[in-house]
Design a protein around this ligand. Structure first.
Ligand SMILES: [Zn+2]
Ligand SMILES: [Zn+2]
Length: 255
C-alpha cells in the first residue's frame, strides 16, 4: 500500500515536471523547427516533416553504409577506390542521406544550439540499428571529438550530444576522454583529397585508458568522404585487439 502510494506520488511529480518542461522548454521538430504540439512531443517530429527526409534504405555499401547505385555491387565508388589502401573502419551505418531538409536541420543542430534534435536521431538510430549494435557487441560510444577551444566557443559538440542520447537508450557508455582533437583543422569540405589527409594528420590523439574496449562505435553528425572518421579510427586502432565501427546521422551520396 505504502509503496503504491509512493509510486503514485512519484508519477504525479514526474507528470508535473514533464508538464513544466513542456511549458518552459518546448520541444521542436528537427525538420521545420516549429514547436511540437503536446500530442506529438513523444514522436519528436511532425509526421509530415518526417516524410520529407531521405532515410538510407535498400542496398548499401558493406563498408560505409552509403546507398549503392548498383545493387549488385558490394562497395560504393569511394570504398572501392580505397580498398587497396584498406580502411581502419570495420563497418559504418548512417540514418539519412545528406540532402533536402536535413541539411538545414544539421546546420541548426551544429551551430544554433538545437541539441534537443539529438533525442529524435538517437531514437531513430536505435530503431534502425539496435540489432546491429548488439550483434557487433559495441562496448563504448566515442563521439568524433572537437577541438577544445572550438567546443568552448560553441558550447557543445553535436556528435557528443548524439552519443549521450544514444547511450541513454542503449545503456552503452560514452567515452569523451578516450580520444582528443589536438589540432584545430580547416573544414574538410574546403580541401581536396590529399590536403584532407594532411589536414587531419595527427589531429587526433588517443589518451591512456584503463578500460580495454574491444568494439568501439565512433559517432558523428555527417559522414562525407569518411576521412575524419578514418583518422579517428586509425588513432583508436593503436589499441591492440579492438575493432572500430561508425554511425552517423547523415551520409553524403558520394560519387
Ligand atoms: Zn516539423
Ligand atoms: Zn562505401
Amino acid at each position: 500500500m505504502l509503496m503504491a502510494g509512493r509510486s503514485r506520488k512519484r508519477s504525479k511529480r514526474n507528470y508535473i515536471l514533464e508538464m513544466l518542461s513542456v511549458i518552459f522548454f518546448p520541444k521542436r521538430c528537427p525538420v521545420c523547427d516549429e514547436i511540437l504540439e503536446p500530442e506529438l512531443v513523444h514522436r519528436k517530429i511532425h509526421p509530415g516533416c518526417e516524410s520529407r527526409l531521405y532515410p538510407v534504405t535498400g542496398a548499401v555499401c558493406m563498408r560505409c553504409g552509403r546507398p549503392l547505385e548498383n545493387s549488385t555491387q558490394e562497395f560504393c565508388y569511394d570504398c572501392n577506390r580505397r580498398k587497396r589502401e584498406g580502411t581502419p573502419i570495420k563497418q559504418g551505418k548512417a540514418l539519412y542521406l545528406y540532402q533536402g531538409e536535413i541539411k538545414t536541420a544539421m546546420y541548426r543542430f551544429k551551430y544554433s544550439n538545437k541539441r534537443e534534435y539529438a533525442g529524435f536521431f538517437a531514437e531513430q538510430a536505435v530503431r534502425k540499428y539496435g540489432d546491429w549494435l548488439r550483434a557487433k557487441e559495441i562496448d563504448v560510444i566515442v563521439p568524433v571529438p572537437m577541438y577544445k577551444k572550438k567546443q568552448r566557443i560553441r558550447g557543445y559538440n553535436q556528435a557528443e550530444t548524439f552519443a549521450v542520447e544514444l547511450s541513454k537508450l542503449t545503456g552503452i557508455p560514452v567515452d569523451t576522454r578516450f580520444i582528443l582533437r589536438v589540432k584545430d583543422t580547416v573544414p574538410q569540405k574546403e580541401l581536396d583529397d590529399l590536403k584532407r589527409k594532411n589536414n587531419l594528420k595527427s589531429a587526433f590523439q588517443k589518451t591512456e585508458n584503463i578500460v580495454q574496449y574491444k568494439h568501439i562505435l565512433v559517432v558523428d553528425d555527417i559522414y562525407t568522404t569518411g576521412s575524419t572518421a578514418e583518422a579517428v579510427a586509425e588513432e583508436l586502432l593503436k589499441t591492440k585487439n579492438c575493432q572500430v565501427y561508425f554511425l552517423s546521422i547523415c551520409i553524403g551520396k558520394g560519387m
